[in-house]
Write a protein that binds this ligand. Structure first.
Ligand SMILES: *Cc1c(COP(=O)(O)O)cnc(C)c1O
Length: 452
């Protein structure tokens, strides 16, 4: 019998994260201060991030030790299983071998606690009492609530008001883990109060929630701010995913020919692929690496590689990345975690240098793949994850035509148990695709900061 599930013992969990920065083909362009156009002074960032995470953000050490306390928490659900999708292969009649790394087994149900736990740990160690963040659909908010609760930190989450009202279950999960959740715009900040005065029914947006979380952070309550994707240190923490996957493949004598992940800010994709990218940059591997985004928010396939703000309201330093422009508002697709105008600078460079390839998938096509997956492999994927599964299925079908026996590995970034309303819409035939919003993207790109 072929192995269906490749498991590692706790002792085989990685003891260091892999830092790709020193191995990149070029030095990563630094974050710039929008007022001066010069690299940001780290002391400015120290107001909102702890020193240890800022050091990791810029570190050129190839390996960064994972503290014992973090590994203890990781061991609640790590190492995660690598599954062989035998039933899906059979359904597709493909000679390809398909594997998925199951990050949905964490308590919050996605890869996000890999960094949330590390961030909570370093903040706690530096004497921080409270972490502030924003969340859209609630996946990041629940990961950080889980992590803060374990380390005895207060967690404050500004949740976009429409999601707060329409998606109560993630909110309840966060509250169960002791977090304080405010529908944003809220009465907690000057900015929120101003917006509510103008319009008490303001539905909120991620940009507004970020502004509120940052205002709260710097208002002097021993607080710091926390981000769930995009930044170098977030991608660093996620490399446990790829490092474990490498060991698991090695155990069964496999070598990945194709790696696939869905891409919002780029953290779960990077977590899987960065440890493999190292050999590809050095010319020692020809593995094909595919990042998958929604056609409604085509950052990688349509965005230029430029300096832009990381947030919608223009508060953050400028990052060089593939971007659709910071005030591009993507249509309300069901994969909330993939609706981001920009992309991690590290992943942006890898796409720009053609080390990784990008594909865009429409949401009905993603849900079609999700249902095939659920009916064969059983697990119900998050809408975000389903974008990766669509491309995996297409790649495996190509192998069925050519007879190629490729080894395809993808990151199963999360489960869809809180997204059943979206499944309901799909099954009822009510889900629609959005045209690639070319006009809106063009308008938004005209407002990019004038820095090359
Ligand atoms: C947040 C999320 C994503 C997208 O974020 P990345 O930083 O691109 O990984 C993808 N899948 C799931 C399940 C998520 O929760």
């Amino acid at each position: 019998m072929d192995e269906r599930k490749i498991l590692l013992s706790e002792k085989e969990m990685p003891v260091a994260w892999y830092n790709v920065l020193p191995d990149l083909p070029e030095q990563l362009p630094p974050p710039l201060d929008p007022r001066t156009g010069k690299p940001v002074d780290p002391s400015v960032l120290a107001a909102i991030f702890p020193v240890s995470l800022l050091q990791q953000e810029m570190s050129v050490e190839p390996w960064i030790e994972i503290p014992e306390e973090i590994r203890q928490v990781y061991a609640m659900w790590r190492p995660t299983p690598l599954h062989r999708a035998v039933a899906l292969e059979k359904y597709l009649k493909t000679p390809a071998r398909i594997y998925f790394k199951n990050e949905s087994v964490s308590p919050p149900g996605s890869h996000k606690p890999n960094t949330a736990v590390a961030q909570a740990y370093y903040n706690k160690k530096e004497g921080v009492k409270r972490l502030c963040t924003e969340t859209g659909a609630g996946q990041w908010g629940s990961a950080l609530s889980f992590a803060c609760n374990l380390f005895g930190l207060e967690c404050v989450v500004y949740m976009v008001k429409v999601s707060y009202q329409q998606k109560p279950y993630r909110r309840i999960m966060m509250q169960t883990w002791n977090a304080k959740i405010y529908p944003s715009p809220s009465d907690q900040t000057n900015y929120g109060r101003k917006l509510l005065k103008e319009n008490p029914d303001n539905p909120g947006s991620l940009g507004i929630a970020i502004s509120e979380a940052i205002e709260d952070t710097i208002s002097g309550k021993d607080s710091k701010y926390s981000l769930g994707s995009v930044l170098n240190h977030v991608l660093l923490h996620q490399t446990v995913v790829g490092l474990e996957t490498q060991k698991q493949l090695e155990l069964i004598g496999e070598k990945a020919d194709v790696l696939v992940g869905c891409v919002g800010g780029g953290s779960n994709f990077a977590g899987l692929v960065l440890p493999f990218v190292k050999d590809k940059i050095k010319g020692k591997s020809e593995v094909e690496i595919i990042g998958v985004e929604p056609t409604a928010c085509p950052t990688m396939t349509k965005g230029p590689y430029r300096y832009d703000y990381g947030d919608t309201s223009g508060l953050t330093p400028l990052l060089k990345m593939l971007t659709l422009g910071h005030d591009f508002m993507p249509p309300g697709i069901h994969a909330g975690g993939l609706r981001y105008h920009g992309l991690a600078p590290i992943v942006s460079m890898l796409v720009d240098k053609k080390i990784v390839r990008a594909e865009a998938v429409a949401q009905t096509k993603a849900f079609e793949a999700a249902v095939i997956f659920a009916r064969t492999e059983g697990f119900l994927p998050a809408p975000e994850t389903s974008h990766a599964i669509r491309v995996v299925i297409d790649e495996a079908k190509k192998c069925a035509e050519t007879g190629e026996e490729k080894c395809i590995v993808f990151n199963f970034s999360g489960h869809g148990h809180f997204d059943l309303a979206s499944y309901d819409a799909y099954l009822a035939g009510k889900l629609q695709d959005y045209e690639y919003p070319e006009e809106k993207i063009r308008e938004s790109l005209e407002k990019l900061p004038k820095i090359e």
